[in-house]
Design a protein around this ligand. Sequence first.
Ligand SMILES: *Cc1c(COP(=O)(O)O)cnc(C)c1O
Length: 215
Amino acid sequence: MILIGSNEFTRIKDSLPPGVNLLAVSKGHSHESIRKIFGYGQLDFGESRLQEAISKKIDLHDLKQLRWHFVGRLQKNKVRGVIREFDYIHSVDSLSLIERISRISQEENKTPKIFLQVKLKDDPNKGGFIKQDLMSNWSNITSLKNINLMGLMTIPPITLNPQQTNDLFFECRNFANHLGLKDCSMGMSNDYQEAVQAGSTWIRLGFLLFGNRQS
Ligand SMILES: *Cc1c(COP(=O)(O)O)cnc(C)c1O
């Protein structure tokens, strides 16, 4: 497991077009590693488990500038904790979940930044809205209180070839445009350049920055 050096980090950052944000996905990595990447100027970090994030935030409490993004499968009983601890949620994958987030956000007096996870191809391993469901519930979703709707998030099924992955990124971008949403959270270590080409505004990099995961 090798953490990226500052020159290589800067090279990746500088290769991104204006308007493309970098999320450093730190799940499975130590708070020391996060602190090092913060030292390169990185402020946005992604985690997929609430408890793991809470313990890292305690170790990093002196870094008040950090912005935390939840990227994992969000269980109903974790919604309140995630709303308290995170600024962004990239993985909102059902109508009942976003309704619950809206209700609890009002109680907590928060307005989280939300990405709706979409499933553009069948994938038994992933959750997500299918297009039709998102369209038919659109007026309902956009009228929910205490939700700052940023855009769409997608993860291509691992079975796709590079061309199909590309097509899926473009499809996500087009769908976001159709809905009037600015942001697309798409692209990970292995495919972020293709995602950027297709119009991603948030790439989510894990092992490319942190090396291989320890847990
Ligand atoms: C782990 C994770 C990433 C980072 O993936 P890498 O392949 O390590 O870059 C990005 N997005 C989500 C939702 C993840 O869970």
